[in-house]
Design a protein around this ligand. Structure first.
Ligand code: URA
Length: 210
């Protein structure tokens, strides 16, 4: 496998991920854990955001204090499971702009087709954080990155909960500049495109549509 990927092996992330993998974990807890892990992964993915300084008055004296530079980042949710990661990302980045990408798979061509696309303006100036819990084959993630680049995005990072080696490879071949941050790279995909050992269908588990 080759890829531009960081696995966040923090013990809290790994413990919460194990709870999410368990099949008896109910939707409410699954959603809460996804929000918490996303918050921790967002902290990691924003580690090198540029800073500038602002002049402020503390209670005791004035100072030049660090503040985030540049336009606010954009968080882009890949529908529908990406919505399960939005709250966690926005808790860390309350100032972020939010966009949505909806894709479905054409049954004949097997290619991803866009059905919804609404993203913030000035995408070229923003750090763009794409969120989707599962990087499986990578086909729809690559298509989403294609669309975001077409819309002007130049600095795209992909936050996912779990990745398959196949998906990491596919993304790297298509978009080597896109850094992936994930809680785990699992063993493989099965013949239906599910990640093994994985956690099942993330969308179904988030929204209780099992
Ligand atoms: N999407 C999911 O929700 N789960 C998988 O295992 C693969 C893709």
């Amino acid at each position: 496998m080759s890829g531009n990927v960081t696995v966040v092996d923090h013990p809290l992330v790994q413990h919460k991920l194990t709870l999410m993998r368990q099949k008896e974990t109910p939707s409410a807890l699954f959603r809460q854990l996804l929000r918490e892990i996303t918050l921790l992964l967002t902290y990691e993915i924003t580690r090198d955001m540029p800073l500038t300084t602002a002049h402020i008055e503390t209670m005791l004296e004035p100072m030049e204090a660090p503040v985030l530079a540049g336009p606010n980042p954009a968080v882009i949710s890949i529908l529908r499971a990406g919505n399960g990661m939005l709250d966690g990302a926005l808790e860390v980045l309350p100032q972020a702009r939010v966009g949505f990408v909806g894709l479905y798979r054409d049954e004949e061509t097997l290619k991803p087709v866009k059905y919804y696309f609404k993203v913030p303006n000035r995408l070229d100036e923003r750090l763009v954080i794409m969120v989707d819990p599962m990087l499986a084959t990578g086909n729809s993630s690559v298509a989403a990155v294609d669309m975001l680049k077409e819309a002007g995005a130049r600095q795209i990072r992909f936050l996912c909960l779990l990745a398959a080696p196949e998906g990491v490879d596919t993304m790297y071949k298509a978009h080597p500049d896109v850094e992936i941050v994930t809680a785990s790279i699992d063993r493989q995909l099965n013949d239906k495109g599910y990640i093994l050992p994985g956690l099942g269908d993330a969308g179904d588990r988030i929204f209780g549509t099992l």
